[in-house]
Design a protein around this ligand. Structure first.
Ligand code: AMP
Length: 114
């Protein structure tokens, strides 16, 4: 999508600190980290939010989670854990309308989030 900031990151039209990339998935550090580890895992295809995942996206959704878990472990979160978050639409606090999993770790995170 032309005006989507994450699609622009996928196309390298704007810079990002990439952590992982394959044919369908990209992971990069969040520009405004809320924890020592804070990165995003996104599908390269523009899917606006988790509500728009279709039946045929089940394998993609599984791969996004699998990659989020692997990268969290690689970035030092295996022992103490991390938080895996998907914000959705206005009530969910989503500000970028391109599906993404936040992975936050490296410190204790309280609940509920502030
Ligand atoms: P959300 O509020 O769940 O939609 O999360 C959007 C996230 O994208 C926020 O944590 C932002 O800090 C992050 N973000 C926005 N623009 C960029 C960018 N250009 N590079 C990396 N992260 C970004």
């Amino acid at each position: 999508m032309d005006d989507c900031i994450f699609c622009k990151i996928v196309k390298s039209e704007i810079p990002s600190r990439k952590i992982y990339e394959d044919e369908n998935i990209l992971a990069f550090h969040d520009a405004a980290p809320q924890a020592p580890v804070h990165f995003l895992v996104i599908p390269k295809r523009h899917i606006r939010n988790i509500m728009e995942l279709e039946q045929e996206d089940i394998s993609l959704a599984g791969n996004l989670l699998n990659q989020a878990q692997k990268l969290a472990a690689e970035l030092g979160c295996a022992e103490k854990g991390a938080r895996f978050v998907i914000n959705c639409k206005s009530d969910g606090g989503q500000t970028v309308d391109h599906l993404h999993i936040h992975v936050l770790g490296g410190r204790f995170l309280g609940w509920p989030p502030g």
